[in-house]
Ligand binder design. Structure first.
Ligand code: GDP
Length: 490
């Protein structure tokens, strides 16, 4: 947690010098990763720290630094370039620092990247902000001696440390607290506080709410463990009534992925429930409970055990998910137990069972050994983007004309082929379309399905259900007029 009243120390340096290792070492990683803070302001990248009775904020800039970004945005870079965003963030953090720890790699020696960053740093920050130079990875006496060469950077006397074995880190902390401004008024940094900057930054990020559903024993809690154990940082864990976090928020690229109600699916959560109620609460597969969870989710990961046949309950759950218009990714788990790994065969079998969700992708993973788990992050982001897609009316008009030319619309009943007057998108997240036909026309469900399939082919809509409403022209005194009466078909 960041405390606005405390001074801030920022760890900075080129990539691979060991910034996050040092960050964790200084915070004694265990304490940093288990500290549970109310609300949503916990990050593996920042925390408060106490040394010799003095408290301060410690922040790791992270990411890949290039001096050109510090000196001004590269004109060729787009505003949504993730690298650029990381670097602009670092620049903002440096401007909020009371002390900067400039980290280098003693094993690599001075690299051009160090020199360029040192020069850029001197240009962008106020002269009054102390820089502490530290040479990391100095794991033996020779490396510690050679660290003196970093003097040439012209920043400070280099302090040799090893973030992996902790040597020299006590001296580094001593040096930090010695240079820290003692009183609030001595602090040099601007008005805008670090906490304000960081929380503003987090609220700007898009959050994708994801529910993980499935029958008991399909591997849901194993998946949650695998997701948390991966490299990505856990930025917050909202406190739950049990000690188990209810939502797990992970940062992936420029998005926040919020796995909701994870306490309900984890073994530990279930055990806690069991011990507090005194009853045996062996998890039951409850469609109602699953539906409660997906109320707050946009994307659903439905886990199945690929070694077992799909059950009736699972089909019912899929139907309910489709009805609620969640985006859906099927996660076929325990793939490691399959001998002949023919994905095509398994996909055919699943879609034959669930012919109404051929649009939902199926991903084969092993939650136990982590195989293909990491890919789920990108699939989730892709599903959210598909859900949010809004198609330009002109593009949709063109699409319709081409479609009608190739495949004449098919009637439902009666004799007359329907005439389509208009096709428009009326909503997104999830996407809804409306097709307007003649007052006495009908249009077949097969043709509407065909339209959704073509929409998918042309515009993506990955893992997203599409709804198409039918609207009819109203006949007044023999004339056609736009109708408000709609008929719901999907
Ligand atoms: P949940 O009830 O859906 O949360 O399922 P769990 O995650 O507790 O897993 C149930 C059992 O399946 C445990 O014994 C896991 O070790 C095992 N399991 C989970 N994922 C896999 C997997 O990918 N491969 C194999 N072989 N076993 C798995």
């Amino acid at each position: 947690m960041i405390d606005n009243n405390l001074p801030t120390v920022v760890i900075f340096g080129r990539t691979n010098v060991g910034k996050s290792t040092l960050f964790n070492c200084l915070l004694e990683s265990k304490q940093a990763l288990t500290a549970d803070i109310d609300g949503t302001t916990r990050d593996a990248n920042w925390n408060t720290l106490e040394w010799q009775g003095i408290n301060f904020n410690l922040v790791d800039t992270g990411g890949i630094m290039e001096e050109k970004f510090l000196l001004g945005a590269d004109k060729k870079s787009k505003a949504d370039d993730i690298d650029l965003k990381v670097q602009l963030r670092a620049k903002n953090l440096l401007n909020l620092a009371d002390i900067i720890v400039f980290l280098t790699d003693a094993r690599a020696g001075i690299l051009p990247g160090d020199k360029k960053l040192a020069l850029a740093l001197k240009k962008i920050i106020s002269k009054k902000i102390p820089i502490i130079l530290s040479a990391n990875k100095a794991d033996n006496p020779r490396l510690r001696r050679d660290a003196i060469e970093f003097n040439r950077l012209g920043l400070d006397e280099p302090l040799a440390i090893s973030a992996t074995n902790g040597s020299g880190t006590g001296d580094l902390l001593d040096k930090i607290v010695k240079k820290l401004p003692k009183k609030e008024k001595e602090r040099k940094r601007p008005k805008k506080t670090l906490a304000a900057f960081l929380s503003e930054e987090e609220t700007k990020k898009e959050t994708i709410n994801v529910a993980i559903l499935g029958k008991p024993n399909v591997g849901k809690s194993s998946l949650v463990n695998a997701l948390c154990g991966s490299e990505r940082m856990i930025i917050s864990a909202k406190a739950h009534t049990t000690r188990e976090p209810q939502n797990i928020r992970l940062e992936h690229k420029d998005k926040i992925i919020n796995f909701i109600d994870t306490a309900g699916i984890s073994r530990k959560g279930q055990q806690t429930a069991k011990s507090t109620s005194g009853k045996n609460t062996l998890e039951k597969f409850s469609i109602k409970k699953s539906l409660d969870t997906i109320k707050n989710a946009s994307v659903v990961l439905l886990m199945i055990d690929i070694n077992k046949k799909l059950s009736h309950q699972e089909s019912r759950l899929v139907e309910a998910i489709v009805e609620r218009q969640n985006s859906l990714i099927l996660v076929a788990n325990k793939w490691d137990l399959i001998k002949i790994r023919d994905q095509k065969h398994y996909k055919q079998e699943i879609y034959a069972h669930l012919p109404f969700i051929t649009w939902a992708p199926i991903h084969f993973i092993s939650a136990l050994n982590g195989s293909k788990v990491d890919k789920l992050y990108d699939f989730i982001a892709k599903a959210q983007a598909g859900r949010n897609t809004e198609i330009n009316p002109n593009a949709l008009d063109k699409f319709l004309k081409k479609l009608i030319k190739k495949h004449t619309p098919v009637k439902k009943k009666g004799t007359k082929r329907p005439h389509i007057y208009e096709f428009k998108q009326v909503d997104s997240a999830p996407p809804v379309f409306s097709v307007r036909i003649g007052a006495k026309d009908t249009i077949s469900d097969a043709y509407l399905n065909f339209m959704s399939n073509r929409l998918r082919k042309k515009f993506g809509f990955y893992a997203t259900p599409i709804k198409i409403y039918v609207e009819r022209n109203k006949q007044i005194h023999g004339q056609h007029e736009e109708s408000v009466k709609t008929q719901n078909e999907s």
